[in-house]
Design a protein around this ligand. Structure first.
Ligand SMILES: [Zn+2]
Length: 255
């Protein structure tokens, strides 16, 4: 391949690395999600195949985060290796993430880089010693889906393929994720504080983790902004080179 075309291919790869491809949820999986989470606004959840840049280091199968600009949207990113909407396990992963989307919806939308779900996730994570295992928002989600013995997986393990019309879905359904931001935040306060100290400390604790979440949000914006600009330069350079190479070739053909 010529240099110009190679640069353009690299530019496309960089773009995909920054912004994983958006996908439509298969209709059967969407029906399962609607049956399990009747109050979730599934239209505001965007699914992507691929995990974006900064999140790769967390090493998970999938992640749900509030959308960068669309205030009422959450984005679910699934590692392509674990995207398998045809198996109980694969659907379980998607439904686990959809539960996080419900948590984000119920935590409140926030504004700009201040997203209650992220602040709450960080605060609860800090209280859990920054471990994934035992994180209260994760444990709540895993009760329903995402693990071998979660309710969804247990219900459909023998069938092999979950049926969106199955009667058991009504029993499994979660009308609410149960996230109440303030009580959850209060529970995440460190140390065994005397009760009277909790109310004045709570806003500071919230400010700390809202600040941390905002920093991560801004870092993401920065990486994506710089990355998009670089992609543009790389692609344009490839385009110019391709045109020149084409001209040169035609010229050489005539000579
Ligand atoms: Zn999770």
């Amino acid at each position: 391949m010529r240099l110009g075309a190679r640069l353009q291919t690299q530019a496309r790869r960089l773009w995909r690395w920054l912004f994983p491809e958006r996908i439509e949820l298969p209709e059967e999986v969407a029906r399962l999600a609607r049956a399990l989470y009747p109050t979730l606004d599934l239209g505001a959840v965007r699914f992507h195949r691929g995990v974006p840049h900064l999140i790769r280091w967390t090493g998970g199968e999938a992640i749900t985060i509030p959308a960068l600009f669309a205030r009422r949207c959450t984005c679910v990113y699934v590692d392509p290796e674990h995207y398998d909407p045809g198996s109980v396990e694969g659907v379980g992963t998607l439904l686990h993430e959809a539960y996080h989307a419900l948590q984000a919806q119920e935590a409140g939308w926030g504004l700009g880089p201040f997203r209650p779900f992220l602040a709450l996730y960080f605060a609860c994570g800090a209280a859990n010693g920054f471990r994934y295992k035992g994180h209260p928002l994760e444990e709540d989600a895993y009760v329903l889906a995402g693990r071998r013995h979660s309710r969804f997986e247990s219900a459909f393990a023998r069938v092999g393929r979950p049926d969106p019309g199955a009667a058991i879905l009504a029993e499994l359904a979660a009308a609410s994720s149960g996230v109440r931001s303030w009580p959850a935040l209060a529970r995440s306060l460190p140390l065994a504080l005397p009760r009277w100290l909790a109310p004045p400390l709570l806003p500071l604790w919230l400010l700390l983790w809202a600040g941390a979440a905002a920093l991560v949000w801004l870092a993401r914006l920065l990486v994506e902004g710089i990355g998009a600009a670089l992609t543009g330069v790389l692609w344009s350079l490839g385009f110019v080179l391709s045109s020149l190479e084409g001209l040169f070739h035609r010229g050489a053909g005539h000579g």
